[in-house]
Design a protein around this ligand. Structure first.
Ligand SMILES: [Zn+2]
Length: 121
């Protein structure tokens, strides 16, 4: 079985059989936010194509956000979003644009009013 160059063999679950398992890249990790303890990981996954199904086996981006329990009655939760590469690029551009505006506002808790990029620097 061929593995993509980015495949992390310790994470790979691909079986080589049609529709069996996924190749996974190593995870990029966003450490927990000191104020909220929310963290995130990003990795690439690819399933094995199924013969006769041209849309099978695409390379996808997995964004997983880890939300810690808020109190003892709560439980940790992981929210996973799988998206194709183009959508991941669009989401990344949106985050960069919003992050730059929020970062220059000088307000660590920037609200929607601070997202207008036409405001003076
Ligand atoms: Zn693999």
């Amino acid at each position: 079985m061929q593995h993509p160059s980015w495949c992390d063999r310790t994470e790979c679950t691909a079986t080589g059989l049609p529709g069996g398992g996924l190749h996974w890249s190593p995870r990029a990790v966003l450490d927990p936010d000191p104020r909220t303890d929310i963290s995130a990981t990003v990795r690439i996954g690819q399933g094995t194509p199924v013969p006769g199904h041209p849309g099978s086996g695409p390379t996808l981006v997995d964004l997983t956000v880890h939300m810690p329990a808020l109190d003892p009655t709560d439980t940790d939760a992981d929210y996973l979003i799988l998206m194709e590469g183009e959508r991941a690029v669009l989401l990344g551009e949106m985050l960069v644009a919003a992050g730059r505006v929020a970062g220059r506002s000088g307000n660590p808790v920037a609200g929607p009013a601070n997202l207008d990029s036409r405001e003076a620097v």
